[in-house]
Write a protein that binds this ligand. Structure first.
Ligand SMILES: NC(=O)c1ccc[n+]([C@@H]2O[C@H](COP(=O)([O-])OP(=O)(O)OC[C@H]3O[C@@H](n4cnc5c(N)ncnc54)[C@H](OP(=O)(O)O)[C@@H]3O)[C@@H](O)[C@H]2O)c1
Length: 265
């Protein structure tokens, strides 16, 4: 079996967490990168780091995936060395708030739906036709364990990730016969900026999510993404679920009790 070596990898949400870890993992095997997100200075810092570490050629573009015209512009104006994207990692996404549905913030629902579903669709629609024309490509979507099990306060985030799973499955059917591959990677708890975003910048509250257990890291997920992308062309890992060993479901985790502090007087 001959493994596949990606040459040009397009990563959305590469400024942080899983996306940044994917950029490092694919740079490490010599791929060229297209990295997009809203925070330009973060992307520039990653591109600089990878140019120094691996001589990686990186094309950086500031992009809000909710803006369809900008998505089309960025894809249509990819410089020639980056135009033949063979791996698309649809990673940009967020969960925000943990409110009960009947008390939820409707603007935050829009933000999640527009980013996690519509943004993923816009980027896919812009890039997949080129892959089909070249008869080669791999679309890797970042779903979530929340796309398989709901949890209290997570209704809309889970709904967006159920949608990602549905889109992944349907896309795979639509692409049958083209030679393209489609994968969803569905992680449980990963320690990134995800929880800080979820709790609207409250880092102390975000840290509590991971207290007493060892969460996955962005590198753990990037390792799985890289594994899927480097299988021989006839192998499509269609779904991959990863959880910390200490997590059983979206609502169950085993946490070590906090270490005893000094006795109170
Ligand atoms: N962490 C977890 O526990 C976990 C578990 C399951 C699934 N996931 C999924 O994994 C993916 C990555 O999340 P993460 O954990 O790495 O969180 P993160 O550290 O907060 O990274 C999220 C990335 O998405 C980008 N992004 C958000 N909105 C965007 C927009 N409108 N346009 C372009 N980029 C946007 C952010 O960049 P800018 O802010 O610079 O735009 C950032 O680079 C998400 O789809 C998330 O749902 C995470």
């Amino acid at each position: 079996m001959t493994a596949f070596t990606p040459t040009t990898v397009f990563i959305t949400g590469a400024s942080s967490g899983i996306g940044a870890a994917c950029a490092r993992a694919f740079a490490n095997i010599g791929a060229k990168l297209v990295v997009v997100a809203r925070r330009r200075e973060r992307l520039d810092a990653i591109a600089k780091e990878l140019a120094t570490a691996h001589r990686t050629k990186t094309h950086v573009a500031t992009l809000d995936v909710r803006d369809r015209k900008s998505v089309e512009r960025v894809v249509d104006s990819l410089p020639e060395p980056f135009a033949a994207v063979d791996v698309l990692i649809n990673n940009a996404g967020l969960g925000i708030g943990l409110d009960k549905l009947h008390e939820g913030n409707v603007d935050e629902w829009d933000l999640m739906i527009d980013t996690n579903i519509k943004g993923l669709l816009y980027v896919s629609r812009a890039l997949i036709p080129g892959m089909v024309a070249r008869g080669k490509g791999h679309v890797i979507n970042l779903g979530s364990l929340a796309g398989r099990e709901v949890y209290p306060g997570g209704a809309v985030y889970a709904a967006t990730k159920y949608a990602v799973r549905a889109l992944t499955k349907a896309l795979r059917l639509d692409l049958l016969g083209t030679g393209l591959r489609v994968t969803t990677i569905d992680p449980g708890m990963v320690d990134t900026e995800f929880s800080t975003v979820r709790f609207r910048g409250d880092k102390a509250r975000a840290d509590k999510v991971y207290q007493g257990l060892q969460p996955l890291t962005g590198d753990d997920i990037a390792d799985a993404v890289l594994f899927c992308a480097t299988r021989p062309p006839h192998v499509d890992i269609s779904e991959l679920v990863l959880m910390p060993t200490a997590q059983g479901s979206t609502t169950m985790a085993h946490r070590a009790p906090p270490a005893a502090g000094p006795a109170s007087r």
